[in-house]
Structure formats: C-alpha cells, structure tokens
Design a protein around this ligand. Structure first.
Ligand SMILES: [Zn+2]
Length: 245
C-alpha cells in the first residue's frame, strides 16, 4: 500500500516541527525545504530521537559518537537558520520501534511546541530502495510520530499525565509531511537553497567527509525537479503531504 496523492500544503502555517530518527536525516531529506521555510518566516524546530550512535565511517571511539553527532546536527541546523534543536534521551540508534514511550515523548514535544505542520520520516517502506530511506528506525519514527499526532497529542485522555502533571494542553497538528516514502509527489524547489543544504550536509563531517555528497545527491534532486516540471537546472526535494483531520 502506498500514500494517497498529496494535499495542497496549508498556507497559514507558522510553526513546524521536524521529527527524525538520526542526526542528518532532516538534512539529506529536507534541509533545502527547511531553509525556504525559515526564509519565509516560519518557526522551525528539530526533534531528533537518537544521537546517531551507530553511524559513522571513521575510527572515532564509539562513546564519542553521540556527542560529536549532536554537535554536527546543531551546526547543520544553524546552516539553514534553525536554532531550536532537541534530542530525546533513552533511545539507541538501530533499536527503535514505535513504542508507547516513544509516542509519549513525541506527543509531549508536540504539545509543548504546538506545530501546525510536522515533517517526519515515512512510516511506509520503499520496496525498490531497501537501503537508506527504509531504515527500520525511520519507519519506526514515522509510525510513532503519526500516532503522536493522532490521537496522542490531541486527545486529553491519552497520556493523561501530560495534562495533569505537566500542564501540556492537547494540540492538533494540521498537516504531516513525510520524507523517504514511496512515490513522493509534492516537490519543493530548493535551487536557491542548494548551497545552504550542502553546508548543512557538510556539517555532518562524521557522515559525509568520506564522499562527494554534492555529486552523489544532486542527480536525485534534479530528477525531482524534472518530474515536477521545474525549469532546467533546478533542484527539488520531494515529499508526501497529508492533512490529519
Ligand atoms: Zn537515518
């Protein structure tokens, strides 16, 4: 089963929360789009479920990896104008599932930050590309975030302690953007933001220093732009956009 066709994005969005499994997910998938949102005056925050402690290609001691990757993600966020970057504690890279505790932690962040739009990993697998976008952690975060949006964040009787003890009022997120799922059909032209996306990717030194990330990525982004009918030489990121009502 795939996604239904994307809806037209809402035009009165003020706050966006990006929820992803690992540092660098948001930058590979959406840093150009985030840069355009920031340019347009939207208030964008990141919530990372792990610090990417199972990633990397070099001989950095494993215990240093989470600290390093948190710093890299903060630098990458700064490259596209995002300063609010939060990390959940207690979740290990490579071991995520859409547990009740993960749903509660994401619902807590949604009630606190009150985003109109949430951008997250796709909970649906792309069978034609098992590696990369369909990492099980991504699928788990996509599923947990979807459950946190409906019903957890909006239902006062879901995780009642959030309201009773933490005074976090229910909140309805209006729109979900998924990245990395099957047949994304909503393209965002990021031609003007390409250099900022690249700066964000380069900030993830432990993940990208071993390759020429621009040459690897650009053909995919050109393909997205071509499919969307954008002018020759454009680059685009592609998503599925769904209303939550
Ligand atoms: Zn990832």
């Amino acid at each position: 089963m795939g996604f239904p066709p994307s809806a037209a994005p809402l035009d009165d969005v003020k706050r966006v929360l990006c929820v992803f499994a690992h540092p660098d997910d948001v930058d590979f998938g959406a840093a150009g789009t985030v840069a355009t949102w920031v340019r347009d005056g939207l208030d964008v925050a990141y919530l990372l479920v792990t610090r990417g402690d199972a990633g990397g290609f070099d001989d950095t001691p494993r215990h240093e990896m989470p600290v390093l990757r948190e710093a890299e993600q903060r630098a990458a966020a700064a490259a596209v104008g995002v300063t609010q970057v939060e990390f959940l504690d207690g979740y290990a890279d490579g071991m995520l599932s859409p547990t009740i505790s993960l749903r509660r932690d994401i619902a807590r962040a949604i009630r606190r930050l009150r985003p109109h739009r949430v951008l997250t990993n796709s909970p649906l697998r792309r069978w034609e590309r098992i590696a990369g976008p369909s990492h099980p952690d991504h699928l788990a975060v996509g599923e947990a975030t979807t459950c946190a949006i409906y019903p957890d964040a909006r239902n006062p009787f879901a995780f009642p302690e959030l309201l009773l003890e933490e005074r976090l009022e229910p909140w309805v997120v209006s729109e979900i953007w998924y990245h990395g799922g099957p047949s994304p059909d909503h393209a965002v032209d990021i031609t003007q933001a390409w250099s900022r996306k690249l700066a964000a990717l380069v900030a993830h030194t432990s993940q990208t220093a071993h390759e020429d990330v621009a040459s690897r990525l650009r053909p995919f982004l050109e393909q997205n732009a071509q499919k969307a009918g954008f002018p020759e030489g454009s680059v685009a990121e592609a998503f599925t956009v769904l209303p939550t009502a």
